[in-house]
Structures are given as C-alpha cells and as structure tokens.
Design a protein around this ligand. Sequence first.
Ligand SMILES: [Mn+2]
Length: 424
Amino acid sequence: MIKILHLSDIHIGSGFSHGKIDPETGHNTRLLDFTNSLKQCIDRAISLPVDIVLFGGDAFPDATPPPFVQEAFASQFRRLADANIPTVLLVGNHDQHSQGEGGNSLCVYRTLAVPGFIVGDSIKTHRIETGSGAIQIITLPWLTRSTLLTRPETEKLSLSEVNHLLIQKLATVLKGEVQQLDPEVPTVLLAHLMADNAQFGAERFLAVGKGFTIPLSVLTMPEIDYVALGHVHCHQNLNKSNDPPVIYPGSIERVDFSEEKEDKGFVLVELERGQCKWEFCPVPVRKFCTIRVDVSKEDDPQGALLKGIRAKEIKDAVVRVLYQLRPDQIDIIDNQELHDSLSEAHSYAIQPELVSQLSAPRLPELEAGMSIDPIAALETYLAAREDLKEIEADMLEAAESLLAGDKWELRESPATESAVKSKK
Ligand SMILES: [Mn+2]
C-alpha cells in the first residue's frame, strides 16, 4: 500500500491586500499565513511519513513571483527532498508563463535536479519507486489549445468545435498513455483542469486564459486508481461512485472572500492496484468574516452598524463590512468609532454603498403588485418629484403620445430632451 499526500492550489504570494506588514519579518502577514499552511501540509507528509507527495498545480499567483515568495515555497518543498520523499510538481495555469515559450515557474526544480522531484509540464507517465513499491503517475498539466492542436487543424473551426476536437485528442492521448501502463502497478492521473460537474470558486475569477471543461468520463478509466486534480479551490470528490475517486483537495489557504466558508487542507490517500482510500485533512487557516448591514432603513445607522459588527467573532479574522446607507445618513456615521470597533480584526475593509434616492423610498401610493394605469403612475411619480415640476406637463404629454403610438418629436427644450432620453 502506497501513502500519498495530495495538495493543490497553493497560490502563495496572493491576497496581500488582506494582510499587513509583520513588524518582525517585514513580510506581508498573508505570506506568513500561506507559508504556515504549506508548512502544515509538509509537516504531515514527513511525520507520517507518506511515500510520495503530489502537487496539483498553481504554486504562485503568476509565473514570475518575487524572489522572497519563491523562497518561501522552495524552503518548504526542500524539506521533502531532505526527507527522501518523491514529489511531483504539476504545472497549473498560473504557473505557465504566457509569453511565447516562456516556460513555467516550476521548471527550475528539474534544471537544478532536485533529488526525487519531477516537474509535470507535459502529458507523460512517470514510474516512481517509493519505499512501499512502484507507482505510476500520469501528469496532465494545464492544457492550452496549442498543446494538442496545430493551427491548420483549428483554422476554420468555431470555438466550441475547437474545444470538442481538443477533448477528443486528449482522450486519445490519455488512452495511449494508459495502454503503456504496467497493469500490476497502482496508477494516479495527476491533472490540472476544470472538470465537468465541478463547483466553481475563486479560480473562476483568477483564471486568465479561460479554458474549457473536461468531461469526467475522459478521466475515469479503469486503469486509473485515483484521479488527483488541481485548479478548483473548493475541496470536492467529483465521482459519486468513488471508483476511482476524482478529487480536488482545494486550495490550502483562503485566496479571497469567495472561499470564506470553505474548509482548507490536503488529502491523504492509501493506494493499491484496484483499491483506494482517501481522507480530507483540514488545516487550521485564518478566518474570513463578511459583515453585511443595511442601515438605510434604520433611525440609528451608527448603532445598527456597531451591533452588526459586535455580533460576529472578528478576533484575528480578515473582516469586511459591507453596509448600505442613504446619502442623508453619511454625516451621522462616525468612522473613527467603526475603526475602533474593528481593531481586534487581523485586517478589515469598510465598504459603504449608497442606496439610490430614486429607488427608495417607494411611493406608498404605488404598491407593488398593484395594477395601475401607466399615466396615473407617472402622475403620481411626478407629484412626488418637486425637482421635475417644470417639465411635468411636457413629460405627461410625451408619455401620452408615446403610449398612443404617435411618432413623437423632441422638443427644443434641453431639459425635456434629457428627461425623455433617460426614460429609454
Ligand atoms: Mn488553476
């Protein structure tokens, strides 16, 4: 039985806007948070120990991270080399340099020949001898159309036809790999992709080269005992039958607020040929907390805001306060008091949103659901709008004319023109 630690979507170096400068190290606290999450994964791999570590791709926010971010990543993975644990680093979309043949952020590990490290930047089967026997890993990095298709092949095709052709080609290439497998040896498909049925998260917004989705059936071949995925940040098993498991471990830290409610961690796998047990292992990560308050209907907006903030556990959390208020309430809000009330948070952002004067308050005469003549509705509306008094008659006339289907010509008065235009 081979023990695997499968982690993915590290994205170390992202989300600095949610952190602050750590006075001791001079680094952003979110770099330290991500490093700490990664450290917990690597700690577990070494303490068990596992026979192999599989990384599903997306190491950094992009392919050219600053040196101190590369160092934070490398100093954790180096511990696996020191512990003689074979490691496969798969290339995700964020690891690929977008400029021509720009390479990827992980290929330096192959260039330096880090012992036991394999960089998965092509579709290939790697046979790896571990302490508990051999394992076969098929690496499938993030695909771009040019990986499998040539320009003449795609020239006259629509985007969906290109995607269809690409999936056909991928299926053929994977079958080719599978045919060459040793049928006695347990096999993992390690792939960075968007599979059908996956629930989307932050990766949807992070993705630069918007890709295509790969049907689950292309991935679940009987020769494969475990499908180790990367790309989607929310942990999930896509294969209801669990034969084989098709697992996104998810990201190891919260990349942004869209991951506020998700558990973060890695997956431990026990693998034999034809048999696979897996378990998600959560890692304690920094809490994110959204506080939403609508004070636009409150007599005491400041009190309502403070109450909303106090109702949440914000100590050491990354907090955002989203509140709605009316323009006439702006002066009542005491911002210093809000800042004071959030001082326990790790970091916070306060985002007020003005509620439009036009939409609220509604006219009580025009209740929702009530059937009403359009002209009567306009009359009621105009009666409540002191500022439109001057053009009231013109507007009513224009409306009647429009409703009658007449060709209505613009008057010369610029006020009337803009009033009519804005109603379109
Ligand atoms: Mn990705």
